[in-house]
Design a protein around this ligand. Structure first.
Ligand code: HEM
Length: 153
């Protein structure tokens, strides 16, 4: 599925893009701890990146760069090419599709948590920021899992 289809289906508007940029300001200082928590959770189920010969520390920066790119909210050619490359990489290493999809949900929960905890944030504002983040994560996740259904490979 193209980003444009997800954008139309979810109703991702210019306002959402502004909210995504604001959401990034709320969460960016928490990204290192979010990544720590993410890899800790994978360890709990024995599914850490060490199984693929890679240390979490080496992946955290790559993943953080991807989130920075996504939170820019420009689902343009540059973003799509990067998203496709990343998706294919995970498919190639044999990352199971269910674990990949659940990873997106785990990170989404952690992003929501960081937004709700942002100092002084009002309830109504946190709601629109988390909504924009949810839409963006959904669009990104569809790119991530597309090679598993035979697209892009
Ligand atoms: C929210 C889910 C995830 C995101 C956004 C993500 C992000 C990334 C990014 C941006 C890269 C670099 C790809 C490239 O530039 O070629 C990467 C590589 C990789 N990721 Fe993930 N990742 C996710 C989940 C996982 C999980 C659950 C595992 C394993 C348990 C994992 C293991 C790896 C490995 C082994 C590589 C390859 C590193 C290399 O080429 O040396 N990733 N990931």
């Amino acid at each position: 599925m193209e980003s444009s289809t997800g954008i139309a289906f979810l109703g991702f508007t210019e306002k959402d893009r502004q909210h995504l940029l604001e959401a990034y300001v709320c969460i960016r200082s928490s990204i290192p701890s979010i990544m720590d928590e993410f890899y800790r959770s994978l360890d709990v189920i024995g599914e850490g990146p060490q199984n693929y010969g890679v240390e979490p520390e080496d992946l955290a920066a790559l993943q953080a760069a991807h989130w920075r790119h996504l939170f820019d909210g420009r689902f343009d050619r540059d973003y799509e090419n990067a998203a496709r490359r990343i998706a294919i990489r995970h498919y190639e290493i044999g990352l199971p599709q269910d674990l990949y999809a659940m990873s997106y949900m785990k990170v989404l929960v952690l992003f929501h948590e960081a937004i709700w905890k942002a100092p002084g944030i009002e309830r109504a504002h946190a709601r629109v920021l988390t909504e924009a983040v949810t839409k963006a994560i959904a669009i990104d996740m569809v790119h991530a899992i597309s090679p598993y259904s035979g697209d892009l490979v």
